[in-house]
Design a protein around this ligand. Structure first.
Ligand code: HEM
Ligand code: HEM
Length: 175
């Protein structure tokens, strides 16, 4: 396949790195100890914060790359409704991948936890320790994670639709 018909190597690398980190992040989130008052951010909880901040960093680089580089032309023109669903899903994925880490970070700050970038660079506190808003952000964070999962499911369904029903080269453009 000609390179002009695929996403460039950086866009592909960032896409699959995000997928890898998201799989890792949900695996950690669902196995880490329950977070309640007095719990310290060690072990798997510490990993959840680190991987979450790494996702934020990768996604911000990806959005920067996306707005400065053109995407390959679509191999098939879908109906306007399907095109709109695809655009809204991509937009929702980017939005959630940015919002989720900030919501978790705000909750971590409310718990008085230090959040680090790649385990070394300390990041500022988003809200004061004990902040009621920061505590509520924890619930919003959990709900937003479920909305992200639903958006990913829709996205993968769309990819399968291209691969198995339309039988065009949309999926190959990201491989
Ligand atoms: C895209 C990235 C992220 C995803 C997909 C994600 C996902 C989740 C999920 C599914 C839970 C619920 C776990 C459970 O059921 O017990 C959770 C909880 C939590 N996450 Fe994240 N998370 C992300 C990023 C972050 C970041 C960057 C931080 C902090 C720096 C963070 C801090 C927390 C905290 C403090 C909780 C507990 C919330 C509460 O007690 O209400 N998360 N996360
Ligand atoms: C954690 C899971 C995933 C996330 C968060 C994610 C996120 C994204 C985002 C935000 C885009 C928009 C790219 C852009 O236009 O800038 C995209 C495109 C794409 N993704 Fe994913 N993706 C995930 C999993 C997958 C999987 C499993 C597949 C393949 C089965 C896949 C195949 C594609 C393809 C083919 C495109 C290009 C679509 C097009 O240009 O119309 N993605 N992905």
């Amino acid at each position: 396949m000609q390179d002009a018909q695929r996403y460039d190597p950086v866009a592909r690398l960032l896409h699959w790195l995000t997928v890898l980190l998201i799989v890792l992040q949900f695996s950690i989130a669902w196995t880490m100890p329950e977070i309640h008052r007095g719990v310290e951010p060690t072990g798997l909880i510490g990993w959840h914060l680190s991987v979450g901040v790494a996702i934020l960093a990768v996604v911000l680089v990806r959005i920067g790359w996306r707005v400065t580089h053109s995407e390959p032309a679509a191999p098939t023109s879908l109906s306007p409704v399907l095109q709109a669903i695809s655009r809204i899903t991509h937009f929702a994925l980017y939005g959630l991948l940015v919002a989720l880490p900030f919501l978790g970070w705000a909750n971590a700050s409310a718990r008085g936890w230090a959040v680090m970038l790649f385990g070394t660079i300390p990041l500022p506190q988003l809200v004061a320790k004990g902040s009621a808003l920061g505590q509520q952000m924890g619930d919003v964070h959990q709900t937003a994670a479920l909305v992200l999962l639903a958006s990913i499911a829709l996205h993968v369904l769309g990819a399968m639709y291209h691969l198995l029903v339309v039988k065009d080269r949309t999926v190959q453009r990201m491989l």
